[in-house]
Structures are given as structure tokens and as C-alpha cells.
Design a protein around this ligand. Sequence first.
Ligand SMILES: N[C@@H](CCC(=O)N[C@@H](CS)C(=O)NCC(=O)O)C(=O)O
Length: 173
Amino acid sequence: MITVYDHPLSPYGQKVKIALLEKGIEFAATQPDAIGSGTTGGTFADISPRGKVPVLVDAGFAVFDSTVILEYIEDCWPEPALLPGNPADRARVRMLERANGRNSVAACLKAAQAVGFDSGAVSLETVRGALEQGLFKCGYRDHRLEWMIKSGGLTVVEAGLARGNIRFIEPFR
Ligand SMILES: N[C@@H](CCC(=O)N[C@@H](CS)C(=O)NCC(=O)O)C(=O)O
């Protein structure tokens, strides 16, 4: 059995589940504890050096990063192929972000709706509340930090540093 560590609201997790569903590969999806808090530990910390979802575990072998996972899936289960043979068509597929007509996409959307996405239960206010309680700490990668500074959000970063509700990416363990 394949296990996918993910979160129903993670776009990267959707990529992986959509590929597995398209290929008809059975999997169990599970959510690591405290995702987004910067304090995920245990088995998940061992298999996800940056503490991020998704991670795919296949017979004890763990692969992280959605793009690497998609390549692994394609290598292990080449049929039905998710990429066409022609380079231009392959590039076109790689540029696609959503394909709402597919059952696989609908299944992932349903899982996201089950946790409140689209219903108002998951809103910016919810995220703000989680940030204020320290349950979620906004993670800044280099380009996010650059964007905050360029868009005039330096004071937001400073306030986050003072309140301890932002964090930077830890080096690989
Ligand atoms: N490059 C990664 C990005 C994954 C990522 O940013 N995942 C987010 C959820 S959408 C996450 O796990 N964040 C938790 C954290 O930063 O602690 C991929 O494509 O898999």
C-alpha cells in the first residue's frame, strides 16, 4: 500500500493524489500532526527533511517534493502515461495547473471541501486566528521574503519575528 502524507488544502498534495487516481493506484492519505507549525516531529520529520507535505511512501521508501514524486510515480507505473510522447505536448501538460473535468480532480476537491474549503469554514480569518495562537507559523522561503520586502510588507515580517509567528526554512536534517 502506498501512503501519501498530505493535507487536503495543499496544492502540492493534490498534484500527487490526482496522478495516483489517474493511474488507478490505491493509496492511503494521512495528515502529519501540526503541519505548518514548524514543529512536526516523529516519523514524518525523518521522511520529510523540510517538514512539508506531500511525501509518498512506497514499501518503506519515502519520496518528498511533489515534482519528484510525480516523476517517481511515472517511473514506477508508466501506464497510463500522464505525459504524451511529443516534447511540445509534454511541455503543454507540464504547464497545466488544473483540469477540472477529471474525476481525479473532483475527488481531491471533495476532500478539500470536507475540511471546509469553499464553505467559509476555512477563511483568511481562520488562518489569522491560527497564526495568532501560534498554531500556524508562516514559513518564509527566500522568494517569499523578497516578495514581502518588495511589496512593502517589511513591517509585517518584523512584527512576525517579534511575535514568533513566522519562521524560516530549517536546513535539511
Ligand atoms: N516544493 C514542495 C512544496 C511543498 C509545500 O510547500 N507544502 C506546504 C503545504 S502546501 C507545507 O507542507 N507547508 C508546511 C510547512 O511549511 O511547515 C513540493 O512541491 O512538494
